[in-house]
Write a protein of this length. Sequence first.
Length: 260
Amino acid sequence: MLSEVTITRAIINRYLAKLENHLEVDVAIVGGGPAGLVAGKKLAEAGYKTAMFERKLSIGGGMWGGGMMFNEIVVQQEAKRILDEFGVPCSEFEPGYYTADSVMCASTLCSVATKTGLTIFNLVSMEDVVIRRNRVTGLVINWSAVEMAGLHVDPLTIKTKWVIDATGHAAEVLNVIARKVDAELNTTSGKVMGERSLWAEQAETHTLDNTKEAFPGVYTAGMCANAVFGSYRMGPVFGGMLLSGEKAAATLAGLLEKGE
């Protein structure tokens, strides 16, 4: 016979074990969109302990809705190989343009990343960072429900060697740093510069260019990169975000291998 208490005990026991095992990680990814999922999969695959913190219930960011709720996305030729690697089928629309079902894409990215070893904590928000000697060394986290309700509940902390801000347009990690820390970001203004209007061609190129360290210990990925460094948004073409996650993971894996 099933026991409700045993079911409850199993959930609490397993979750707390998972959380305790990720109080110290190599990389903490904030934001569960396509860039973060690709980065998480690649880092976990390379053997680095990686945890993702997503404030929403679902993982996948803006990919689910495709373009204006038409649940198809577009990727360009350069990024098709990443969808192939994850096992997401796509079809050529015109030379250099490929489409994929956005629901299949988001769910498959999530499935493959977690099966590879990425641990995801959904319904958890990042509300602050820990900084020592002008470098981010940890995240301050709380339940998203606490944040949404505006309750005064003290948070907990995660220690990490590197952070990837993959929070999209909001650039949440770097906005917290810019607001709270008496130090400048690695941008022209020293602050989060904010995204510009939609220009897909420029945005896709700049997303990759802007995937870099924006503050000691913090890398940008995906749309966050353009929001931080002041470039364009791209709309429902996702190749740049996939490639950005790959670049962030490769860069951090190289640094971690060197002990940095």
